[in-house]
Design a protein around this ligand. Structure first.
Ligand code: G6P
Length: 612
């Protein structure tokens, strides 16, 4: 969602802000804007479209001054259509205060009504503009911007990552956070604020994560942080652990393709240092404090969204089969509003790549408010879900830039497999069985590599089917959620309608749709449902359907039935979706590319959904 970056220091602010916005493009957005202060005056440029378009406007239209303080924003529209006026920054009546914002101001109508009565004049249809006018109103009787912003945000309900500039105090940036991430980059004689570490890493590795209900004053020389209740707080400085090349394309045409190809390594990173081969066991330090709770819980509840929800479904299969623990999987958005009945013995596991998804974060808070234990399975280190959980496991996939999640998914599955082995061993799984699983898990990255070393067949199939308007994805057992994920990948990036189903459910509806215009992707490895899925393939063929089958090598039976085959190596059932999803990611990728779609930034989608 919206990207935010602010800079104050000795350097020229504009290139730093533009570069920061470029780095956050992957989050998804529809317009972009910049505000700078020079000679006691605010200078703003903003418009609908890409950062590139904004750059052209600045280079070929009215130039911006060479300032040393400023902020930039990419907007993902919520209130008011994407257009030049609704783009951020928004200003007060006199263009002296500028505001950029990620989130939603829920009480904006009530605030706007009051401010209109006081004579404020609004230009946009956004909720954000209300904040600029509210600060203006309070600033009339409060001498300091820091204080005015703090008091204003006390009147606001909703979520915000907010950055404010005023031409009256041209040496400082004020930032406030409630629900939407903000990170402060601490440099020497310069400081940065951003919604995302990707906009900071080039300048400094030293960061401070702002917490909810905190307001910060940022100057070139330092940062002061207070709570909304006016209590000064000392924040811990932490170090960013990823490298710049991890957020660059490294020779690939798209981030998504790069991230698909990184999976052998990212899966290895998810298990690095965590396998106890001899003992047939697993070590997950982040769970030490909550392990007893998990082992004694009457059930485990997963809450997640999107691709992470699919990972949770596979986690359910893993934990029920191997650790004999009852598991429920919830859409985080439904869980939080359904009045879930929880007790202090329940454990809720939140799966989130970004660790910032608004619904998943709210599910965590709901679980904790009812006394349950919250365990986070996140990728982004220091993210809100990671910090607010009672315990957790990082998946260590590295930065994922492509909007459609790929490597985070397979790393989530790897971590879920680790958790399964850990719990299963404590619930009676023998050392030998544990060893066999650990041994096979170690071989998974090599098997991933072999799939990725031969993608020609998948590219060819993509070419054959790129003109289709619908797809069906079918799988059973562990590979039913993989079918859901395959369908999601295709619709996210190619805009082709696709549905995933448990293969046996096809007979209860989708079979009515089968004809030569509805290709069916079967995930059919040699597992205990193999015979059954072969019957399902027959049923499709009998109705002139065209079948693409993901199979294990040398599956002679399916070779005779399917129209197109994609081979993946065989593995133990619980690891099977880690392998089968890779051709599905590639199929979606190649189809989308051949249709000319922007695979890294698909229309309307955001990488990190920080609004409900
Ligand atoms: C968005 C992204 C998806 C992601 C989902 C959940 O919809 O586009 O790729 O799966 O959010 O995100 P999370 O960061 O919580 O895993």
């Amino acid at each position: 969602m919206c990207g935010i970056v602010g800079y104050v220091g000795k350097k020229s602010a504009l290139p730093i802000l533009m570069e920061g916005l470029k780095r956050m493009e992957y989050r998804g957005y529809d317009s972009a804007g910049i505000a700078l202060i020079q000679n006691g005056k605010l200078h703003i440029q903003k418009q609908k479209g890409k950062v590139e378009d904004l750059l052209k406007l600045i280079n070929h239209g009215t130039p911006l001054p060479d300032a040393h303080i400023g902020m930039g924003h990419t907007r993902w529209a919520t209130h008011g259509e994407p257009n030049d006026v609704n783009a951020h920054p928004h200003t007060d009546c006199h263009n002296e205060i500028a505001v950029i914002h990620n989130g939603i101001i829920e009480n904006y109508l009530a605030l706007k009504t009051k401010l209109l009565q006081k004579g404020h004049q609004f230009r946009s249809a956004t909720d954000t503009e209300v904040v600029a006018h509210l600060i203006e109103e309070i600033y009339k009787s409060t001498p300091h911007l820091f204080e005015a912003v703090r008091l204003a945000m006390k009147e606001v309900t909703g979520t915000y990552g907010l950055v404010v500039l005023s031409s009256h105090e041209p040496d400082k940036i004020i930032a406030a956070r409630m629900g939407s991430p903000l990170i402060l980059g601490i440099g020497e004689g310069e400081n940065i604020v951003a919604a995302d570490a990707a906009a900071i890493i080039e300048h400094t590795r030293q960061v401070v994560y702002m917490g909810d209900g905190e307001v910060a004053e940022i100057t070139a020389d330092g940062v002061t942080t207070k709570t909304l209740k006016d209590v000064e707080i000392t924040k811990m400085v932490e170090e960013l652990t990823f490298d710049l090349d991890e957020i660059e394309k490294g020779g690939y045409t798209h981030f998504m393709l790069k991230e698909i190809h990184e999976q052998s390594e990212s899966i290895q990173n998810a298990m690095r240092g965590r396998l106890l081969e001899e003992e047939g066991d697993v070590k997950l330090g982040g769970l030490d404090g909550v392990l007893e709770k998990i082992l004694n819980a009457p059930r485990l509840i997963f809450a997640a969204c999107g691709t992470s929800w699919h990972a949770a479904l596979i986690g359910e299969y893993m934990l029920e089969q191997y650790a004999h623990i009852s598991v429920e999987v919830e859409y985080a958005s439904e869980f939080r509003y359904r009045n879930p009945i929880l007790s202090k013995n329940d454990v809720v596991l939140l799966i989130s790549q970004s660790g910032e998804t608004a619904d998943t974060l709210a599910a965590l808070r709901e679980a904790k408010s009812q006394g349950a234990t919250a365990v986070g399975i996140c990728n982004v280190v220091g993210s809100s879900i990671a910090r607010e959980s009672d315990g957790g496991v990082y998946i260590h996939a590295g930065p994922e830039i492509g909007v459609a999640s790929t490597k985070a998914f397979t790393s989530q599955l790897t971590v879920l497999a680790l958790i399964t082995i850990l719990l299963a061993r404590r619930k009676g799984m023998s050392r030998e069985e544990g060893r066999a699983l650990v041994w096979e898990l170690k071989r998974v990255p090599g098997k991933v590599k072999s799939i990725l070393s031969n993608t020609g067949q998948i590219e060819y199939i993509a070419g054959e089917f790129k003109g289709m308007r619908n797809f069906l994805y079918l799988g059973r057992g562990y590979n039913f959620p993989a079918a859901l994920e395959g369908a999601l990948k295709l619709k996210e990036i190619s805009y082709i309608h696709a549905e995933g189903y448990p293969a046996a459910e096809m007979k209860h509806g989708p079979i009515a749709l089968i004809d030569e215009q509805m290709p069916v992707v079967f995930i059919a490895p040699n597992d205990r449902t193999h015979e059954k899925i072969m019957s399902n393939i027959q049923e499709v063929k009998a109705r002139n359907g065209r079948v693409i089958a993901i199979v294990n090598e040398e599956d002679k039976n399916i070779t005779q039935m399917a129209d197109y085959l994609i081979c993946v190596p065989q593995t133990t059932d619980l690891f099977s979706p880690i392998l089968s999803v890779i051709p599905l990611q590639l199929l979606a990728y190649y189809i989308a590319v051949s249709r000319g779609c922007n695979v890294d930034q698909p229309r309307n989608l955001a990488k990190s959904v920080t609004v409900e």
